[in-house]
Ligand binder design. Structure first.
Ligand SMILES: *[C@@H]1O[C@H](CO)[C@@H](O)[C@H](O)[C@H]1NC(C)=O
Ligand SMILES: *[C@@H]1O[C@H](CO)[C@@H](O)[C@H](O)[C@H]1NC(C)=O
Ligand SMILES: *[C@@H]1O[C@H](CO)[C@@H](O)[C@H](O)[C@H]1NC(C)=O
Ligand SMILES: *[C@@H]1O[C@H](CO)[C@@H](O)[C@H](O)[C@H]1NC(C)=O
Ligand SMILES: *[C@@H]1O[C@H](CO)[C@@H](O)[C@H](O)[C@H]1NC(C)=O
Length: 212
């Protein structure tokens, strides 16, 4: 442990001039969830290195509360059930998902609020290495300013993304498309499963993005 501590200090001082902040890494292994605060970038799916270099604690799925993440979040996962528990219907701005499993994932939709940037990585070093999609940039973005101003009087702009979990199987390139200015998700996407969870009687203007 002496060596471990030494290692951390070295990492911290090495990056002190770049004012690097800890980021949150959550990984699932078997039925366990570990929530870590890491200073270093850990190689994807390297659980032991994460346990060694980050400040991690075990989270019990039964007592877990859904949280919103306004800073970077990295998740390593092996199946959709714990991913659902961690992410479905949560707010995450900047998300990196690394698939560490070997069994192909089914098509299921993960609903994420406010997603700005998504990076995905498959463990299988196939044709597609890390891929990313940016749905919208920071609040400084001209387009968003325009939309926000435009909608200030009447409507609140809400970003919602639906992510197809089978994209991690790496059969094709990551793709996304967005539909802007959607006043009612239920009305415009009535074929969408669970559209009933979205209320209809509000003044929100949705930007609906499908990632697949
Ligand atoms: C993980 O830890 C962060 C703080 O580092 C906390 O904000 C977040 O809620 C935790 N997430 C879970 C699922 O426990
Ligand atoms: C930041 O990460 C380092 C290891 O990477 C850890 O020792 C430290 O406790 C973390 N800080 C917080 C506030 O979690
Ligand atoms: C997210 O929640 C919806 C509604 O409960 C569910 O149908 C969907 O399968 C969940 N997504 C995943 C990836 O489990
Ligand atoms: C949004 O839709 C409304 C009608 O629902 C329309 O009046 C308005 O011009 C649209 N705005 C944009 C930016 O497309
Ligand atoms: C919703 O829009 C109507 C006009 O279309 C307006 O009168 C009402 O105040 C708005 N409600 C909210 C909560 O903004």
């Amino acid at each position: 442990t002496q060596q471990t501590r030494h290692h951390c200090v070295a990492l911290q001082s090495a990056s002190s001039d770049t004012i690097q902040k800890n980021h949150t890494l959550i990984f699932t292994k078997e039925s366990n969830i570990r929530n870590c605060s890491c200073l270093a970038d850990i190689r994807d799916c390297d659980y032991s290195l994460a346990n060694l270099l980050c400040n991690c604690r075990t989270v019990l799925p039964s007592t877990m509360e859904k949280t919103d993440y306004s800073s970077d979040l990295t998740i390593w996962f092996t199946d959709t059930s714990l991913l659902e528990l961690l992410l479905n219907f949560t707010t995450v701005w900047d998300l990196k998902l690394s698939f560490c499993g070997t069994t192909p994932l089914p098509t299921e939709y993960l609903t994420i609020w406010g997603l700005r940037k998504l990076r995905v990585k498959n463990k299988v070093e196939g044709q597609f290495p890390e891929q990313s999609v940016t749905i919208y940039s920071s609040s400084k973005s001209e387009k968003e300013d325009l939309l926000t101003m435009h909608s200030k009087d009447r409507q609140m702009l809400v970003y919602i993304s639906f992510l197809d979990t089978s994209l991690f199987n790496g059969y094709s390139l990551l793709k996304s498309y967005s539909v802007e200015n959607v006043s009612s998700i239920t009305e415009h996407f009535h074929n969408l499963l669970h559209s009933s969870v979205f209320s209809t009687s509000d003044n929100k203007s949705y930007v609906v993005t499908f990632i697949y």
